[in-house]
Design a binder for this molecule. Structure first.
Ligand SMILES: [Zn+2]
Length: 182
């Protein structure tokens, strides 16, 4: 299983690239894109919503690059994360809409999202992005890492001690180079 944030980071910035990403991680989106078309008369890929989605792909990549290259988080990106955290948490509601006490034998509590993200039901994926980004920024053990040897992003295995390299080959290559240089 590949990490959704790493896949998103590596997704090529084209319609085909994002279609591959959606097919792998969120295939319900294609139906949603169809409904978007029926609802608005507009092709989602050519919409303002898709343009915003594109911009946000760049923001996610910039947050990751800034973290690994410079160990910084831009203030504007912190604000973006805070806004995102609100958008991806569903609201607890009951279907009936009146003020009486809720008879739980007849009503189920529902989780609904306030708004669509970029015109589509992207909240569950962005929730995963959000969780993964926070783990990375907080330098938690299971957060994604960048291999100092090959510079690829990887997801550490949760077991054992903190993993620095993506694999044994990179670890060996790195220490061999280190020995040559010093
Ligand atoms: Zn590596």
């Amino acid at each position: 299983m590949s990490n959704i944030l790493i896949d998103f980071y590596q997704t090529e910035d084209t319609q085909t690239g994002f279609e591959h990403f959606f097919a792998k991680h969120a295939d319900w989106i294609f139906e949603d894109i169809q409904r978007y078309h029926e609802r608005t008369g507009q092709n989602w890929w050519e919409s303002k919503d898709a343009a915003d989605f594109w911009v946000n792909h760049a923001i996610v990549k910039a947050i990751i690059d800034n973290f690994f290259d410079k160990q910084i988080l831009l203030r504007t990106h912190l604000q973006w994360l805070r806004k995102l955290s609100k958008a991806v948490i569903p609201d607890l509601t009951v279907g009936d809409g009146n003020d009486a006490d809720i008879d739980l034998s007849k009503n189920h509590l529902l989780f609904t999202y306030y708004d669509a993200l970029y015109g589509l039901a992207l909240q569950p994926i962005y929730k995963l992005f959000y969780d993964e980004l926070i783990k990375m920024l907080r330098e938690e053990k299971t957060g994604i890492k960048r291999c100092p040897s090959c510079r690829k992003l990887f997801e550490p295995t949760p077991r054992g001690h903190a993993q620095i390299f993506c694999g044994a080959t990179c670890k060996m290559r790195y220490y061999r180079k280190y020995k040559e240089n010093y």
